[in-house]
Design a protein around this ligand. Sequence first.
Ligand SMILES: [Mn+2]
Length: 225
Amino acid sequence: MGTQTKTMRMRTKPMRTQERPQERKRRTAKRAATFTRTTRETQVQVKVKIEGTGKVRASTGIGFLDHMLAALALHGGMDLDLRASGDLHVDQHHLVEDCGIALGQALREALGDRKGIERTGFFAFPMEESLALAALDLGGRPSLACRARFRRFRVGDLETDTIPEFLRGLTRGLQADLHVVLPYGWNDHHKAEALFKALGKAMKLAFSRDERYRGIVASTKGMLE
Ligand SMILES: [Mn+2]
């Protein structure tokens, strides 16, 4: 009887193989990347640090896009320096889409093997009369669902029909599945800004590290593809 009680009270430490100092360093290091994308149409340079300190600079030649990128980075808790130039004399399509692709690629490089991270994130961001929802999965399969309508052709100097193109580029660069919804709202500035802020917050959560996933990817398959 006594022996049995003793056995039941026994506690076992979780089996965890000793972590090499090198692995620990990599697991806890600040995640950052620099990425440049050059085509005949545009050039985009991105520097990003996932564990940021509020240093954000965006310069694309489109003021409202700069404002949106700054909002995304700030609410995503990351440092961002994004500079872009290109064929704005054609229209904004190439440049905005390529900014999305390049930002996605830079983030993808900064994330590395995606081990030890939350992987998914979502957020509902209110902005006065508008609400934006964003749900993100870093599962490795690029896909976009965008349910967002704008009243005007432009918001500030940004053509509103390029917003889904930015998001599509981002999902391709980042290898992520992204859903954004604007269930209601009136003012286009508020709607766009709420959308980018919701996305930043969803990213912050999806990128965050969780000790419970140490050394593994958060997938029952054991890999992300
Ligand atoms: Mn604003």
